[in-house]
Ligand binder design. Structure first.
Ligand code: SAH
Length: 360
């Protein structure tokens, strides 16, 4: 039995079933949880993220932040923030772009928000040699403008689930049935009463919504800054259970080996956009990741790197571009989306309406 499962069993024995949000937090970000103990990333791990596929991803996102910093009149000093930096690959690529913009680099303090001590050490080793000012903080600081990236971070934050039964909604729980972890329902109906088919699942994301609201309020208050969220998810509407567990690049049962399995849920971009707007900031997107990256120059950059390169390098570039921007099975271009929060409603690179009037 995993340490997380032992702890959950004690908790449930003491106080009864826990919510899906408590279960998720215990599995994902607790000190004995998934990211603290397991090597998640890469072929030998459980999944591969966009920055691990190609450095072009980080270069384009870095250029996006530099552009927003320029548009804000080059604030100095500012915080270059990343939420959940994983192996530090994305920030390393952003800092490489920043080398070409000395004023951006010298004005930036790099702030990393990371729950896992193990990954903090990986990030310190990787990024320490690349930038003189790096801080590990538990939350996004609000004393200067922020230019912020979060890739596959919001999907790891705890969600709550409610199931529609007999005309009311009941929170989904995790308890013990015949000595095994099992899903159940709270006996108390939730305070909302919208109609839905029997058995429908509704999800809410209090942690993600609150975080985006806080960052948006800071950007609105200073009239400067930008936050870019990239994740897989949907743009509002519909019901469904999106909680998923992944181990060794395959889907597994959500309750299997808690703490040794990556748990995540689809991000509701409409809900994030509403939270940011309520806080007084401007929202751009969501747009599909593929279209976003292509608008930022993915194909040109890949062409540049491929020119004069050998056949194997060119083929690797093509594969990377297809994985990042393709819209087919197993590709990220349509499933993943980008959403930006800024201070002003002005056109922002990657989010423009295209000539035929389609709003990507
Ligand atoms: N952005 C990286 C890693 C994504 S995995 C990439 O694209 O490769 C999610 C990251 O968020 C991990 O670094 C994980 O440890 C961190 N994380 C998950 N929940 C967190 C929380 N509640 N607070 C801070 N960091 C968290």
């Amino acid at each position: 039995m995993t340490p997380v499962e032992e702890r959950l069993r004690r908790l449930i024995a003491l106080g009864g079933p826990v919510s899906v949000a408590e279960f998720m937090a215990a599995c994902v970000s607790a000190p004995d949880g998934y990211y603290a103990r397991r090597e998640a990333f890469g072929e030998a791990g459980d999944f591969i993220t966009a920055p691990e596929i190609s450095p072009i991803f980080g270069e384009l996102l870095g250029a996006f932040l530099v552009d927003r910093w320029n548009a804000d009149g080059r604030p100095d000093p500012f915080d270059l923030v990343e939420l959940g930096p994983g192996r530090g690959t994305l920030m390393a690529d952003v800092l490489r772009v920043a080398r070409a913009v000395p004023r951006f680099r010298s004005a930036a303090r790099v702030v990393l928000v990371e729950a896992s001590d193990r990954l903090r050490q990986v990030q310190r080793d990787r990024l320490g040699p690349l930038h003189p000012r790096i801080a590990f903080l538990d939350r996004v600081p609000t004393d200067r403008p922020v230019y912020l990236l979060a890739n596959e971070f919001l999907d790891a934050l705890p969600i709550r689930q409610f199931v529609h039964r007999g005309g009311a909604w009941f929170e989904r729980t995790v308890g013990l049935v015949e000595g095994r972890l099992a899903f159940g329902l709270s006996p108390f109906p939730a305070p909302f009463r919208e109609a839905a088919p029997e058995g429908a699942v509704r999800e809410i994301r209090p942690a993600a919504d609150a975080l985006v609201r806080e960052i948006a309020a800071h950007i609105a208050a200073l009239g400067a800054g930008a936050a870019l969220f990239v994740d897989y998810g949907y743009d509002g509407g519909g019901y469904g259970d999106t909680l998923q567990a992944v181990r060794g690049h395959a889907h597994v049962d959500v309750l299997d080996r808690p703490g040794e399995t990556d748990l995540s849920a689809h991000v509701d971009f409409a809900s994030l956009a509403a939270a940011a707007r309520e806080a007084g900031a401007a929202v751009h997107g969501p747009v599909a990741q593929g279209r976003f990256l292509v608008a930022l120059g993915l194909l040109e950059r890949a062409g540049q790197l491929g020119a004069g390169a050998d056949e194997a390098t060119r083929r690797a570039l093509e594969t990377a571009v297809a994985r990042l921007a393709g819209e087919g099975e197993g590709e990220m271009g349509a499933l993943f989306k980008a959403l930006a929060v800024t201070a002003r409603t002005e056109p922002v690179p990657g989010f423009q309406v295209v000539a035929d009037g389609t709003d990507w």
